[in-house]
Design a protein. Structure first.
Length: 171
């Protein structure tokens, strides 16, 4: 569809550990991918923020990068885990905040609806405009005993096998 916008995600899932080692090189790489692939934006996902300095450096990087990319017509978002907060200035600098509401600590399930609402409220209370929040829901489940990620179809097949539920008689 002509109105479809494609973005690239940078970082996330164990791929954030060298995120800020060379911000200039990172920006050059992002620009190259955006331009060569005809993409419309970039989503930053840094899961390796541990110290106050890490958060401050990341916030500075996002603000500066968003400013430059906006001037070139690109959009920018930042992904945050439920409960993860960042400097309020970042919320103003980006077009969207992707709130990842899965693998939440202290939840009954890895994607608990009540914990999701708490995470949204916490993010709004921290200064993120409601209209910028996108809620990321999982497209997978976690095995009840091993906690390993599984596709929903795999979990459903497994449940059907263990419950001896057959498909006979279904049309």
């Amino acid at each position: 569809h002509p109105k479809t916008k494609l973005w690239v995600t940078v970082g996330g899932g164990g791929r954030s550990h060298k995120f800020l080692n060379n911000p200039s090189a990172m920006l050059r790489s992002i620009r190259k991918v955006l331009n060569e692939q005809g993409l419309h934006g970039v989503d930053f996902n840094n899961e390796e923020l541990r110290t106050h300095k890490d958060y401050a450096d990341y916030a500075s990087f996002i603000r500066n990068t968003a400013n430059l990319l906006h001037q070139e017509g690109y959009q920018v978002s930042v992904a945050l885990h439920a409960g993860q907060l960042i400097d309020q200035s970042v919320y103003k600098s980006v077009d969207r905040v992707n709130l990842m509401t899965y693998d939440m600590q202290g939840a009954s399930y890895h994607a608990d609806f009540g914990k999701m609402r708490e995470a949204i409220d916490k993010l709004v209370h921290a200064g993120c405009p409601k209209e910028k929040i996108l809620v990321g829901l999982p497209a997978y489940g976690r095995h009840k005993h091993t906690r390993e990620p599984e596709t929903y179809s795999t979990l459903a097949d497994h449940a059907m096998q263990h419950e001896n539920v057959g498909l006979q008689g279904l049309s």
